[in-house]
Design a protein around this ligand. Structure first.
Ligand SMILES: Cc1cc2nc3c(=O)[nH]c(=O)nc-3n(C[C@H](O)[C@H](O)[C@H](O)COP(=O)(O)O)c2cc1C
Length: 381
Protein backbone atom coordinates (compact mmCIF):
# COMPACT_ATOMS: atom_id res chain seq x y z
CA UNK A 1 0.00 0.00 0.00
CA UNK A 2 1.50 3.38 -0.90
CA UNK A 3 1.40 6.58 1.12
CA UNK A 4 -1.65 8.06 -0.50
CA UNK A 5 -3.72 4.92 0.04
CA UNK A 6 -2.51 4.95 3.64
CA UNK A 7 -3.56 8.56 4.09
CA UNK A 8 -6.95 7.66 2.70
CA UNK A 9 -7.32 4.94 5.32
CA UNK A 10 -6.62 7.52 8.03
CA UNK A 11 -8.91 10.16 6.60
CA UNK A 12 -11.72 7.64 6.24
CA UNK A 13 -11.73 7.36 9.99
CA UNK A 14 -12.65 11.05 10.20
CA UNK A 15 -16.25 12.06 10.08
CA UNK A 16 -15.79 14.91 7.62
CA UNK A 17 -15.65 12.81 4.47
CA UNK A 18 -18.40 13.70 2.00
CA UNK A 19 -21.78 12.08 2.29
CA UNK A 20 -22.59 9.22 -0.11
CA UNK A 21 -24.31 10.11 -3.37
CA UNK A 22 -27.83 8.73 -3.42
CA UNK A 23 -29.54 8.49 -6.80
CA UNK A 24 -32.85 6.93 -5.83
CA UNK A 25 -31.98 3.33 -4.86
CA UNK A 26 -28.34 3.58 -6.04
CA UNK A 27 -25.93 4.63 -3.31
CA UNK A 28 -22.32 5.52 -4.10
CA UNK A 29 -20.05 5.67 -1.05
CA UNK A 30 -17.96 8.40 -2.69
CA UNK A 31 -19.98 11.21 -4.36
CA UNK A 32 -17.91 11.15 -7.53
CA UNK A 33 -19.20 10.16 -10.95
CA UNK A 34 -16.57 9.47 -13.57
CA UNK A 35 -17.90 11.30 -16.61
CA UNK A 36 -18.51 9.13 -19.67
CA UNK A 37 -15.72 9.72 -22.20
CA UNK A 38 -15.94 8.71 -25.81
CA UNK A 39 -14.47 7.54 -28.03
CA UNK A 40 -13.21 4.50 -26.15
CA UNK A 41 -11.73 6.53 -23.28
CA UNK A 42 -14.11 5.20 -20.63
CA UNK A 43 -15.13 1.62 -21.22
CA UNK A 44 -15.55 -1.27 -18.79
CA UNK A 45 -11.94 -1.01 -17.53
CA UNK A 46 -12.15 2.53 -16.19
CA UNK A 47 -15.81 2.37 -15.23
CA UNK A 48 -15.39 -0.78 -13.11
CA UNK A 49 -12.28 0.62 -11.40
CA UNK A 50 -14.18 3.77 -10.39
CA UNK A 51 -17.15 1.72 -9.20
CA UNK A 52 -14.77 -0.46 -7.16
CA UNK A 53 -13.31 2.68 -5.59
CA UNK A 54 -16.80 3.63 -4.37
CA UNK A 55 -17.78 6.12 -7.07
CA UNK A 56 -20.00 5.71 -10.13
CA UNK A 57 -18.19 4.41 -13.20
CA UNK A 58 -19.54 5.36 -16.59
CA UNK A 59 -19.06 3.66 -19.97
CA UNK A 60 -19.29 6.02 -22.96
CA UNK A 61 -21.45 4.87 -25.86
CA UNK A 62 -19.74 7.12 -28.42
CA UNK A 63 -17.99 4.92 -30.99
CA UNK A 64 -18.17 1.94 -28.65
CA UNK A 65 -18.16 -0.54 -31.56
CA UNK A 66 -14.84 0.77 -32.90
CA UNK A 67 -13.00 -2.51 -32.25
CA UNK A 68 -15.63 -4.68 -33.99
CA UNK A 69 -14.77 -6.14 -37.41
CA UNK A 70 -18.05 -4.90 -38.88
CA UNK A 71 -17.87 -1.38 -37.40
CA UNK A 72 -17.81 0.13 -40.89
CA UNK A 73 -20.10 -2.39 -42.62
CA UNK A 74 -22.77 -2.89 -39.93
CA UNK A 75 -22.41 0.10 -37.65
CA UNK A 76 -25.63 -0.49 -35.70
CA UNK A 77 -25.02 -4.16 -34.83
CA UNK A 78 -21.32 -3.57 -34.10
CA UNK A 79 -22.22 -0.89 -31.56
CA UNK A 80 -25.01 -2.88 -29.96
CA UNK A 81 -22.77 -5.95 -29.60
CA UNK A 82 -19.88 -3.95 -28.14
CA UNK A 83 -22.20 -2.11 -25.75
CA UNK A 84 -23.61 -5.36 -24.40
CA UNK A 85 -20.13 -6.76 -23.97
CA UNK A 86 -18.79 -3.69 -22.17
CA UNK A 87 -21.76 -3.56 -19.77
CA UNK A 88 -21.46 -7.29 -19.01
CA UNK A 89 -17.70 -7.03 -18.57
CA UNK A 90 -18.00 -4.04 -16.22
CA UNK A 91 -20.61 -5.87 -14.16
CA UNK A 92 -18.37 -8.92 -13.94
CA UNK A 93 -15.57 -6.75 -12.54
CA UNK A 94 -17.53 -4.86 -9.88
CA UNK A 95 -20.58 -4.94 -7.70
CA UNK A 96 -20.52 -1.13 -7.66
CA UNK A 97 -22.61 1.27 -9.74
CA UNK A 98 -22.13 1.35 -13.52
CA UNK A 99 -23.64 3.95 -15.81
CA UNK A 100 -23.79 4.59 -19.55
CA UNK A 101 -23.24 7.97 -21.14
CA UNK A 102 -25.07 8.47 -24.39
CA UNK A 103 -25.34 11.58 -26.52
CA UNK A 104 -28.80 12.59 -27.73
CA UNK A 105 -27.30 13.55 -31.09
CA UNK A 106 -26.49 9.91 -32.03
CA UNK A 107 -28.39 8.47 -34.97
CA UNK A 108 -28.52 5.13 -33.09
CA UNK A 109 -29.60 6.70 -29.77
CA UNK A 110 -32.81 4.68 -29.34
CA UNK A 111 -31.15 1.34 -30.13
CA UNK A 112 -28.30 1.91 -27.70
CA UNK A 113 -30.60 3.15 -24.92
CA UNK A 114 -32.85 0.08 -25.41
CA UNK A 115 -29.83 -2.23 -25.28
CA UNK A 116 -28.52 -0.64 -22.07
CA UNK A 117 -31.95 -0.96 -20.47
CA UNK A 118 -32.16 -4.61 -21.53
CA UNK A 119 -28.76 -5.13 -19.91
CA UNK A 120 -30.10 -3.47 -16.75
CA UNK A 121 -27.45 -0.77 -16.61
CA UNK A 122 -27.74 1.12 -13.31
CA UNK A 123 -27.93 4.66 -14.70
CA UNK A 124 -28.15 6.32 -18.12
CA UNK A 125 -26.59 9.78 -18.39
CA UNK A 126 -27.64 11.66 -21.47
CA UNK A 127 -26.69 15.07 -22.85
CA UNK A 128 -25.33 16.83 -25.97
CA UNK A 129 -28.90 17.78 -26.80
CA UNK A 130 -32.02 17.60 -24.65
CA UNK A 131 -32.99 14.01 -23.77
CA UNK A 132 -36.68 14.91 -23.98
CA UNK A 133 -37.84 11.39 -24.89
CA UNK A 134 -35.43 9.29 -22.85
CA UNK A 135 -38.11 7.78 -20.51
CA UNK A 136 -39.99 6.33 -23.50
CA UNK A 137 -37.45 3.50 -23.63
CA UNK A 138 -37.94 2.38 -20.02
CA UNK A 139 -39.66 -0.94 -19.44
CA UNK A 140 -41.86 -1.72 -16.41
CA UNK A 141 -39.86 -2.42 -13.22
CA UNK A 142 -36.61 -1.43 -14.93
CA UNK A 143 -33.79 -0.91 -12.40
CA UNK A 144 -32.25 1.73 -14.70
CA UNK A 145 -32.29 5.34 -13.50
CA UNK A 146 -32.29 8.28 -15.92
CA UNK A 147 -30.08 11.34 -15.52
CA UNK A 148 -30.02 14.21 -18.02
CA UNK A 149 -26.93 16.38 -18.47
CA UNK A 150 -27.78 20.08 -18.83
CA UNK A 151 -26.03 23.43 -19.01
CA UNK A 152 -28.88 25.78 -18.10
CA UNK A 153 -31.92 26.11 -15.83
CA UNK A 154 -34.05 26.46 -18.94
CA UNK A 155 -32.95 23.06 -20.23
CA UNK A 156 -33.51 21.47 -16.81
CA UNK A 157 -37.01 22.98 -16.64
CA UNK A 158 -37.91 21.87 -20.17
CA UNK A 159 -36.87 18.30 -19.42
CA UNK A 160 -38.79 18.16 -16.13
CA UNK A 161 -41.90 19.61 -17.77
CA UNK A 162 -41.78 17.25 -20.74
CA UNK A 163 -41.04 14.11 -18.69
CA UNK A 164 -43.91 14.91 -16.34
CA UNK A 165 -46.36 15.71 -19.13
CA UNK A 166 -45.51 12.80 -21.39
CA UNK A 167 -44.15 10.11 -19.13
CA UNK A 168 -45.40 11.04 -15.67
CA UNK A 169 -41.89 10.96 -14.24
CA UNK A 170 -39.02 13.25 -13.31
CA UNK A 171 -35.25 12.80 -13.70
CA UNK A 172 -33.58 10.64 -11.05
CA UNK A 173 -30.76 13.20 -10.80
CA UNK A 174 -29.45 16.02 -12.99
CA UNK A 175 -25.84 16.67 -14.04
CA UNK A 176 -24.99 20.34 -14.55
CA UNK A 177 -22.06 20.62 -16.91
CA UNK A 178 -20.24 23.95 -16.98
CA UNK A 179 -18.00 25.40 -19.70
CA UNK A 180 -14.70 24.10 -18.28
CA UNK A 181 -15.58 20.50 -19.16
CA UNK A 182 -13.81 18.44 -21.79
CA UNK A 183 -15.33 17.28 -25.06
CA UNK A 184 -18.45 18.86 -26.51
CA UNK A 185 -19.77 21.87 -24.64
CA UNK A 186 -23.34 23.14 -24.40
CA UNK A 187 -22.27 26.77 -24.76
CA UNK A 188 -21.43 29.22 -27.52
CA UNK A 189 -17.76 30.12 -27.93
CA UNK A 190 -18.42 33.51 -26.29
CA UNK A 191 -20.20 31.98 -23.31
CA UNK A 192 -17.36 29.52 -22.63
CA UNK A 193 -15.08 32.28 -21.36
CA UNK A 194 -17.77 34.56 -19.92
CA UNK A 195 -17.60 34.44 -16.09
CA UNK A 196 -21.41 34.71 -16.00
CA UNK A 197 -21.53 31.11 -17.27
CA UNK A 198 -19.06 29.72 -14.74
CA UNK A 199 -20.23 26.48 -13.13
CA UNK A 200 -20.61 28.14 -9.71
CA UNK A 201 -23.01 30.65 -11.31
CA UNK A 202 -24.98 28.07 -13.29
CA UNK A 203 -25.58 25.87 -10.28
CA UNK A 204 -27.94 27.98 -8.08
CA UNK A 205 -30.63 28.65 -10.73
CA UNK A 206 -30.59 24.99 -11.77
CA UNK A 207 -30.84 23.88 -8.14
CA UNK A 208 -33.83 26.23 -7.74
CA UNK A 209 -35.53 25.10 -10.96
CA UNK A 210 -35.19 21.39 -10.21
CA UNK A 211 -36.10 21.70 -6.53
CA UNK A 212 -39.38 23.37 -7.56
CA UNK A 213 -40.34 20.17 -9.33
CA UNK A 214 -38.78 17.92 -6.71
CA UNK A 215 -40.71 19.51 -3.86
CA UNK A 216 -43.99 19.67 -5.76
CA UNK A 217 -43.84 16.00 -6.68
CA UNK A 218 -42.16 14.70 -3.54
CA UNK A 219 -39.02 13.33 -5.21
CA UNK A 220 -35.42 13.82 -4.15
CA UNK A 221 -33.48 14.86 -7.28
CA UNK A 222 -29.76 15.23 -6.56
CA UNK A 223 -27.83 17.78 -8.61
CA UNK A 224 -24.34 16.86 -9.75
CA UNK A 225 -21.75 19.49 -10.70
CA UNK A 226 -19.36 18.89 -13.61
CA UNK A 227 -16.69 20.71 -15.57
CA UNK A 228 -13.31 21.86 -14.30
CA UNK A 229 -13.52 20.09 -10.93
CA UNK A 230 -9.94 19.03 -10.29
CA UNK A 231 -9.10 18.75 -6.58
CA UNK A 232 -10.75 17.58 -3.40
CA UNK A 233 -11.08 21.25 -2.43
CA UNK A 234 -13.08 21.81 -5.64
CA UNK A 235 -15.34 18.91 -4.68
CA UNK A 236 -15.92 20.47 -1.26
CA UNK A 237 -16.68 23.85 -2.84
CA UNK A 238 -19.40 22.45 -5.11
CA UNK A 239 -20.94 20.28 -2.40
CA UNK A 240 -21.09 23.39 -0.19
CA UNK A 241 -22.86 25.18 -3.05
CA UNK A 242 -25.61 22.56 -2.91
CA UNK A 243 -24.50 19.81 -5.27
CA UNK A 244 -24.96 16.25 -4.01
CA UNK A 245 -22.01 15.00 -6.01
CA UNK A 246 -19.55 15.85 -8.76
CA UNK A 247 -18.80 14.44 -12.18
CA UNK A 248 -15.16 14.42 -13.22
CA UNK A 249 -13.62 13.45 -16.55
CA UNK A 250 -10.15 14.88 -17.05
CA UNK A 251 -8.66 13.48 -13.81
CA UNK A 252 -9.78 9.97 -14.73
CA UNK A 253 -8.05 10.07 -18.12
CA UNK A 254 -4.68 10.14 -16.36
CA UNK A 255 -5.20 6.79 -14.65
CA UNK A 256 -3.73 3.37 -15.40
CA UNK A 257 -7.25 2.00 -15.79
CA UNK A 258 -8.40 4.55 -18.40
CA UNK A 259 -9.21 2.64 -21.59
CA UNK A 260 -7.33 4.92 -24.02
CA UNK A 261 -3.81 4.31 -25.31
CA UNK A 262 -0.90 5.31 -23.08
CA UNK A 263 0.03 8.05 -25.60
CA UNK A 264 -3.42 9.62 -25.08
CA UNK A 265 -2.85 9.81 -21.32
CA UNK A 266 0.67 11.13 -21.83
CA UNK A 267 -0.75 14.01 -23.94
CA UNK A 268 -2.48 15.19 -20.78
CA UNK A 269 0.70 14.99 -18.72
CA UNK A 270 2.69 16.84 -21.38
CA UNK A 271 0.11 19.54 -22.12
CA UNK A 272 0.60 23.16 -21.10
CA UNK A 273 -2.05 25.75 -20.35
CA UNK A 274 -1.78 27.29 -23.83
CA UNK A 275 -2.34 23.87 -25.45
CA UNK A 276 -5.94 23.63 -24.27
CA UNK A 277 -8.05 24.96 -27.13
CA UNK A 278 -11.63 25.20 -28.37
CA UNK A 279 -12.40 23.64 -31.74
CA UNK A 280 -15.53 23.71 -33.91
CA UNK A 281 -16.86 20.17 -33.93
CA UNK A 282 -18.90 18.74 -36.82
CA UNK A 283 -21.45 17.85 -34.13
CA UNK A 284 -22.39 21.54 -34.22
CA UNK A 285 -21.07 22.33 -30.75
CA UNK A 286 -17.71 23.70 -29.68
CA UNK A 287 -15.36 21.13 -28.20
CA UNK A 288 -12.36 21.44 -25.88
CA UNK A 289 -9.22 19.62 -26.92
CA UNK A 290 -5.46 19.50 -26.65
CA UNK A 291 -3.93 21.44 -29.51
CA UNK A 292 -1.78 19.64 -32.06
CA UNK A 293 -1.06 19.79 -35.76
CA UNK A 294 -4.46 18.25 -36.53
CA UNK A 295 -6.46 20.83 -34.53
CA UNK A 296 -4.33 23.61 -36.06
CA UNK A 297 -5.10 22.28 -39.55
CA UNK A 298 -8.84 22.01 -39.09
CA UNK A 299 -9.01 25.38 -37.32
CA UNK A 300 -7.23 26.89 -40.32
CA UNK A 301 -9.88 25.36 -42.59
CA UNK A 302 -7.77 22.52 -44.02
CA UNK A 303 -10.01 19.66 -45.10
CA UNK A 304 -9.24 16.13 -43.96
CA UNK A 305 -10.88 13.94 -46.61
CA UNK A 306 -12.86 10.95 -45.33
CA UNK A 307 -15.60 8.52 -46.25
CA UNK A 308 -18.60 8.39 -43.96
CA UNK A 309 -20.07 4.89 -43.84
CA UNK A 310 -22.41 5.49 -40.92
CA UNK A 311 -23.53 9.12 -40.36
CA UNK A 312 -23.19 8.67 -36.59
CA UNK A 313 -24.32 12.14 -35.47
CA UNK A 314 -27.69 13.55 -36.52
CA UNK A 315 -26.39 17.13 -36.61
CA UNK A 316 -23.25 16.31 -38.65
CA UNK A 317 -23.46 17.48 -42.27
CA UNK A 318 -21.00 14.81 -43.36
CA UNK A 319 -20.89 15.97 -46.99
CA UNK A 320 -19.73 19.44 -45.98
CA UNK A 321 -17.85 19.00 -42.72
CA UNK A 322 -14.04 19.45 -43.03
CA UNK A 323 -13.18 16.41 -40.91
CA UNK A 324 -14.77 13.37 -39.30
CA UNK A 325 -14.89 13.77 -35.54
CA UNK A 326 -15.40 10.01 -35.03
CA UNK A 327 -12.29 9.15 -37.08
CA UNK A 328 -10.22 11.82 -35.32
CA UNK A 329 -11.21 10.60 -31.86
CA UNK A 330 -10.78 6.91 -32.75
CA UNK A 331 -7.23 7.63 -33.99
CA UNK A 332 -6.38 9.57 -30.83
CA UNK A 333 -7.76 6.81 -28.61
CA UNK A 334 -5.32 4.44 -30.35
CA UNK A 335 -2.44 6.85 -29.86
CA UNK A 336 -2.31 8.11 -33.47
CA UNK A 337 -2.12 11.89 -33.16
CA UNK A 338 -1.21 12.49 -36.80
CA UNK A 339 -4.81 11.73 -37.71
CA UNK A 340 -6.61 12.87 -34.59
CA UNK A 341 -6.61 14.82 -31.33
CA UNK A 342 -7.56 14.35 -27.69
CA UNK A 343 -10.56 15.98 -26.09
CA UNK A 344 -9.71 17.34 -22.63
CA UNK A 345 -11.06 19.57 -19.88
CA UNK A 346 -9.82 23.12 -19.22
CA UNK A 347 -7.60 21.84 -16.39
CA UNK A 348 -5.91 19.03 -18.31
CA UNK A 349 -2.61 20.95 -18.26
CA UNK A 350 -2.58 20.53 -14.45
CA UNK A 351 -2.31 16.77 -14.74
CA UNK A 352 1.25 15.81 -13.80
CA UNK A 353 1.25 12.04 -13.50
CA UNK A 354 -0.65 8.88 -14.29
CA UNK A 355 -1.92 7.14 -11.16
CA UNK A 356 -4.33 4.36 -10.28
CA UNK A 357 -8.02 5.16 -9.80
CA UNK A 358 -7.67 4.08 -6.18
CA UNK A 359 -4.80 6.52 -5.61
CA UNK A 360 -6.68 9.31 -7.35
CA UNK A 361 -9.80 8.85 -5.24
CA UNK A 362 -7.68 8.64 -2.08
CA UNK A 363 -5.90 11.89 -2.98
CA UNK A 364 -9.19 13.64 -3.71
CA UNK A 365 -10.67 12.54 -0.38
CA UNK A 366 -7.56 13.64 1.53
CA UNK A 367 -7.72 17.03 -0.17
CA UNK A 368 -11.42 17.21 0.59
CA UNK A 369 -10.76 16.73 4.31
CA UNK A 370 -7.79 19.12 4.30
CA UNK A 371 -9.88 21.81 2.62
CA UNK A 372 -12.25 21.70 5.61
CA UNK A 373 -9.35 22.07 8.00
CA UNK A 374 -7.89 25.00 6.11
CA UNK A 375 -11.24 26.83 5.88
CA UNK A 376 -11.73 26.23 9.64
CA UNK A 377 -8.28 27.76 10.25
CA UNK A 378 -9.14 30.77 8.08
CA UNK A 379 -12.39 31.24 10.01
CA UNK A 380 -10.70 31.10 13.43
CA UNK A 381 -7.80 33.43 12.41
C1 LIG B 1 -11.78 12.80 -23.44
C2 LIG B 1 -13.17 13.23 -23.07
C3 LIG B 1 -14.25 12.67 -23.72
C4 LIG B 1 -15.57 13.01 -23.35
N1 LIG B 1 -16.62 12.40 -23.97
C5 LIG B 1 -17.89 12.65 -23.56
C6 LIG B 1 -18.98 11.94 -24.14
O1 LIG B 1 -18.82 11.05 -24.98
N2 LIG B 1 -20.23 12.27 -23.72
C7 LIG B 1 -20.44 13.25 -22.76
O2 LIG B 1 -21.61 13.51 -22.40
N3 LIG B 1 -19.41 13.90 -22.18
C8 LIG B 1 -18.15 13.63 -22.55
N4 LIG B 1 -17.10 14.26 -21.92
C9 LIG B 1 -17.37 15.12 -20.75
C10 LIG B 1 -17.12 14.33 -19.44
O3 LIG B 1 -18.06 13.30 -19.31
C11 LIG B 1 -17.19 15.22 -18.17
O4 LIG B 1 -18.50 15.60 -17.87
C12 LIG B 1 -16.38 16.47 -18.25
O5 LIG B 1 -15.18 16.24 -18.89
C13 LIG B 1 -16.16 17.02 -16.85
O6 LIG B 1 -15.20 18.02 -16.82
P1 LIG B 1 -13.68 17.73 -16.40
O7 LIG B 1 -13.08 16.97 -17.51
O8 LIG B 1 -13.10 19.10 -16.24
O9 LIG B 1 -13.69 16.97 -15.11
C14 LIG B 1 -15.79 13.97 -22.31
C15 LIG B 1 -14.68 14.54 -21.67
C16 LIG B 1 -13.39 14.18 -22.02
C17 LIG B 1 -12.23 14.80 -21.30
Amino acid sequence: MDNRTDTFATTRARSDLPRPLVIQDKVARIPIIQGGMGVGVSLSGLASAVANAGGIGVIAAAGIGMKEKDFYSDYLQANIRALRREIRRAKSLTTGIIGLNIMVAFTNYGDLVRTAIEEEIDIIFSGAGLPLNLPQYLVPDSPTRLVPIVSSARAAGLICKRWLGRFDCLPDAVVVEGPEAGGHLGFSEEQIFDPEYALAKLLPPILAEVSNYAERYGKVIPIIAAGGIFTGADIRRFLELGAAGVQMGTRFVATHECDADQAFKQKYVDSKREDIVIIKSPVGMPGRAIRNRYTDDVSAGTKKPFKCPYHCIITCDFKETPFCIANALICAQRGNFRSGFAFAGANAYRVSEIVSVKELVATLMTEYVEAANSSALTRSA
